[in-house]
Design a protein around this ligand. Structure first.
Ligand code: FES
Ligand SMILES: [Fe+2]
Length: 371
């Protein structure tokens, strides 16, 4: 996988301002193909250390994946330094054994016949964990949420749309040294394109022109409505070879998701980009894409990965530079219309956090900017 390093030019991590985090939702933790046999993997999500693995299944196929807090409920040593036999996670300190999907303690080796403590009443924190599009998605409940919830009680697990049986996929990941809010508004902001993403194969500053885009409200988000994508970008021109109208929609939805769909007759390209808080002051961008365009043309996957990685790398470098600037908490501004989506994001987030559910848009609006 294309894993891009963070850090500033000196190689030091930059601690910028923190963001408020949204709990009670799904976040991608890591690629699920890393969860194999009796390996335990760790990940950090929303400042919470996790240990992930895959249970052995009875039929020899891939078993269920799990995510637990990487901390033994007894005395806090990370469970990831213990052992996993495919069925139970054993703590390396005093050997307590846990069933990892439920977190239930199955054995406390030090107990004697006369002890009245029932080990199975003790639970390590386990979180709902599901595999979709090659990622392990973990549902992080707010504090005081109680015992792990069943899948049916939760919001649906995010999934990339696919419009045919055969398709190719690619993914990439990059760490960003800024908080999740800066990661997200940097992703949705249209005005940085001609400056940050200058390249012969994408677009140049000279191609800046006025755009009018129609946006409409969707639940906990907004949609940039179907339209023929910018005529000044090369990848979209390539799609035109099929000679049918090209339609794109881009949805943003809380807490952190950007869904893009491009359709041209029976050909399609979709992507899901998420910006996930790793800590309150750092985040990670993950892009998953699927397409049936040029399905039979060899080399399209590596070429697409190369361009995708380059594109994300440009955003990443910019955000590393921005993090330097944000270190001392300067006051900032958001302008109309190019920063309007960022304003909607902050209002939607506030509505989720305060439980009002109030949507900042009353109906469709047109935004105009030059990019
Ligand atoms: S700290 Fe894990 S069993 Fe004691
Ligand atoms: Fe960008």
């Amino acid at each position: 996988m294309a894993r891009l390093a963070t850090r500033n030019a000196l190689g030091t991590a930059i601690a910028g301002p923190t963001a408020t985090l949204i709990y009670d939702d799904w976040y991608p933790a890591l690629r699920s193909d890393r969860l194999r046999s009796t390996k335990l993997e760790t990940a950090m999500l929303l400042d919470l250390p996790l240990v992930l693995g895959r249970r052995r299944s009875s039929n020899g196929k891939d078993g269920r994946i799990f995510a637990m807090r990487d901390s033994c409920p007894h005395r806090g040593i990370p469970l990831s330094v213990g052992w996993f036999d495919g069925e139970r996670v054993t703590c390396r300190y005093h050997g307590w054994e846990f069933e990892p999907c439920s977190g239930r303690c199955e054995l406390i080796p030090s107990l004697t016949e006369t002890d009245r403590l029932d080990a199975t009443k003790i639970y390590a924190s386990a979180y709902p964990c599901e595999e979709r599009d090659g990622y392990a998605w973990v549902y992080l409940p707010g504090s005081g949420a109680g015992r792990k919830k069943e899948l049916a009680e939760l919001r649906p697990v995010p999934e990339l749309a696919k419009f045919s049986d055969k398709y190719r996929t690619a993914h990439l990941t990059a760490d960003l040294p800024c908080n999740v809010d800066h990661g997200i508004i940097g992703l949705m902001d249209p005005a940085h394109g001609p400056f940050v993403h200058q390249a012969w194969w994408w677009r140049s500053q000279a191609s800046i022109r006025e755009k009018t885009k129609r946006f409409e409200p969707i639940p906990e988000g907004f949609r940039m409505a179907a339209h023929a994508p910018s005529g000044n970008s090369a990848p979209y021109k390539l799609l035109g070879v099929y000679g049918e109208p090209v339609e794109t929609t881009i949805d943003f939805q809380l807490p952190n998701r950007r869904y893009e769909t491009i359709r041209c007759g029976s050909k399609w390209f979709t992507s899901l980009t998420t910006v996930t808080p790793v800590t309150a002051s750092t985040c990670r961008i993950d892009v998953i894409a699927a397409w049936n365009v040029f399905y039979h043309v060899p080399l399209v996957t590596p070429v697409a990965k190369f361009f995708g990685a380059k594109f994300v790398r440009q955003d990443q470098v910019t955000m590393i530079q921005q993090a330097e600037g944000l270190r001392h908490n300067p006051s900032l501004m958001l302008i109309d219309d190019a920063d309007k989506p960022a304003k909607w994001y902050f209002a939607l987030k506030q509505a989720r956090l305060d439980g009002s559910g109030k949507h900042p848009m009353d109906g469709p609006v047109e935004l105009r900017w030059r990019s």
